[in-house]
Structure formats: C-alpha cells, structure tokens
Design a protein around this ligand. Structure first.
Ligand code: UT7
Length: 329
C-alpha cells in the first residue's frame, strides 16, 4: 500500500457580507423579541448577502484571503471543493464559478452537499485527495446564502440563519508545517430526512408557481427534535475525536454554530468548561456549512489556538449528516 501523505492547513479565510440583520429588525417583522432570541439561541445579529451577491461571491472573498495566508497562487490549486446547500445555480457547480473567478486554471472543481456538515465533508474529501497523492493543494470552502430560503413568517426558523463563507487551503504537511489533520469521521442517517429540509426546487417537487406559492422552497425544521439529537451527537463526536489524548492537549473546540444552548449543553455533558470552546454565533447566527471555517479563522485571528495543541471541529445537519475532525495546530 502506498504511504499516506500527512495533510495540513496552509491558510484560512472568512467573509461575512456587510448587511446586518439584528434581532430588533425581526421584532418589526414578527411576534418575537431580542430577549427571546438571545436567551434561546445566543444570536444577536446575522449577516445577509447584498442583492447583487450570491454564494460564489462570498466564497471568492474568503478563498482569496485563504490563498494569501497560505502564500499560494490560484494556479497552484489542484482542486476546489465547496460545501453548500445554497449554490448560485443548481447547474453548474458553485466551485466552477469560484475556480474561474480565482484563475485557478489547473484545478478541478465540484461541490458537496451535506448541509451543515458540508464544510467538513469538503475538508475530508480534500484531505483524502492529498493523502493519496492525487492532489497537492486543495481549496475547501463552506458557504451559504441562507437568507434567500427563509420563510420570514416562520419565527421558529427565520431568526436562526445567516449568510457567510469560510475557506481553507489544504496542503502536504511537509510543505505547510501547520494544522495536521489527525483524525476524521463522517456519518449519516437519512431516516432524519424531515427534521430539516427544503421540499421544493429539486426533481421530486420541481419549481412551479404552485410550489412557490406553497413556500416549498423555504427551509423547514423541527427545531425541538433537532435540538435533542444535536446535543448528544455533538458531545459524542467530540469525545470520539479526543479519545486517547490527555485533556491538557486540547486547545479548542470549534463547533457548528447551531445554537449557543446546544453547544453549552453538549459541553456540559462532557463535563468540560466553555473556555475551550469557540462561539461566535452572536454575530453571524447559523451559517450552515460556513460556521466552522468562519469560526476557526476568527479563532486564529484572536490567537485562541495554541501551537502544537489539538483543535476539534464538529458539525451536524440536515440529512441527517455529521462529521468531526481533529487537527494538531
Ligand atoms: O443547523 C441545523 C439547523 N438548526 C436547527 O435545526 C435548530 C435547532 N433547534 C433550535 O435551535 C431550537 O429548538 C429553536 C431555537 C429553534 C427553538 O428553541 P426551543 O427552546 O426549542 O423552543 P420551542 O421550539 O420549544 O418553542 C418554545 C416556544 C413556543 O411557544 P409555545 O408553543 O410554548 O407557546 C414557540 O412558538 O417559543 C415559541 N417561539 C418563539 N417565540 C418568540 C418559537 N420561535 C420563537 C421566536 N420568538 N422567534
């Protein structure tokens, strides 16, 4: 068997669109309050893409920053992989628009669809390409324009979500010398299909005047049921990633920013303190595939990640899908 190439994180980037949607803005639209939203979710505001922006535009900004930080040229890229549930078009892939805009002329490009687990799915795919020697530099992105798919009359869902993009450039560890990907896991259970889904717009319920009138293109969720699943799954995944390591080796957990209460409950189950957990949901809400790479980039900027220590990424979402990664920074 060919030896496995160790893979690292050469650079990160993040982009949040400029339009701020606060809880007070929702108070004007719906029967809700800043107090309820903060208490139940931890969210104070989220960003929405400008009318002229689509998901690839957010990705391009995050990707340029990640390439700059990695000190690499777009022409160095072998692959672009984007995890998103809100691509610019159903056809072609969002990644091809990004590849072209960046001038990544040597790169292949495709999207992965795993909802909030989309970034970790893209990351694990990129890691596998490099580990097997089939690629050297892979740009992986998690990005969403969820604001385009929110039912602004459904207070149980619309207040949760925002838009944004996070990117990473993966490279052989021997070259980038940081961020070794040590462990990965991905899982799924399609029995949970109806907990979070968009009924319309695909081949089962193609877009029509009737489907749009019914609001079939909006995100629907069973929040309470997702909540229960999420707490246990997040705790189990973190435990799986750190098994066998001394707790003093763990620098930071970067979880999917789903709901501050879910994150706190999962961490309490593990008997850990929130000091070692990165949360920025108050500023961005749940940006689905974008939460983990945006949060990790911000954690690095804030110097929350200790050199040589371990970082855990953990996410789950519609499908149901889930994933986790252990990185030695
Ligand atoms: O990334 C994966 C996608 N994310 C999710 O699936 C979200 C996971 N779930 C959650 O974050 C939480 O379940 C929610 C934030 C969605 C809801 O919080 P909760 O503590 O589970 O509330 P609940 O659904 O049990 O609702 C409690 C009450 C209800 O009123 P009644 O029936 O008790 O009179 C809701 O109608 O809160 C009401 N409510 C609201 N009130 C004010 C629901 N949304 C709102 C709102 N403002 N925005």
């Amino acid at each position: 068997m060919a030896s496995r190439v160790a893979v690292g994180i050469a650079g990160t980037g993040s982009y949040a669109p400029p339009r701020v949607m606060t809880n007070h803005d929702f108070e004007k639209l719906l029967d809700t309050s800043d107090e309820w939203i903060v208490q139940r979710t931890g969210i104070r505001e989220r960003r929405y893409a400008l009318p002229e922006q689509a998901t690839s535009d957010l990705c391009i900004a995050a990707a340029r920053q990640a390439l700059d930080n990695a000190k690499l040229d777009p022409k160095d890229l072998d692959l672009v992989i984007t995890g998103t549930l809100t691509p610019d078009y159903l056809l072609p892939a969002c990644s091809t628009l990004i590849q072209h805009a960046l001038g990544a002329t040597r790169a292949g490009a495709f999207d992965v669809s795993a909802a909030c687990t989309g970034f970790l799915t893209a990351m694990h795919t990129g890691e596998a390409f490099i580990a097997s020697g089939r690629a050297k530099h892979v740009l992986v992105i998690g990005a969403e324009c969820l604001s385009r798919y929110l039912d602004m009359n459904d207070r149980g869902s619309c207040i949760l979500f925002g838009d944004g993009a996070g990117a990473m450039v993966l490279a052989p560890l021997a070259e980038c010398r940081q961020g070794e990907i040590v462990r990965t896991t991905l899982g799924a259970d399609g029995a949970g299909f109806d907990l979070i889904h968009m009924n319309g717009g695909g081949s089962r319920v193609p877009p029509s005047a009737e489907s749009v009138a019914r609001g079939d293109h909006f995100i629907r969720l069973k929040g309470r049921e997702v909540f229960r699943f999420a707490v246990t799954k997040m705790a189990d995944l973190i435990a799986e990633m750190v098994a066998g390591y001394d707790p003093s080796e763990i620098s930071l957990v970067v979880p999917h920013q789903v709901n501050a209460r879910i994150i706190e409950a999962a961490v309490a189950r593990l008997d850990w303190s929130m000091e070692r957990v990165f949360v920025n949901i108050e500023k961005y809400g749940n940006t689905s595939a974008a939460t983990v790479p945006m949060a990790f980039h911000e954690a690095l900027e804030q110097q929350r990640v200790e050199k040589g220590k371990l970082v855990v990424f953990v996410a789950f979402g519609a499908g149901l899908t889930w994933g986790a990664t252990l990185v030695r920074w």
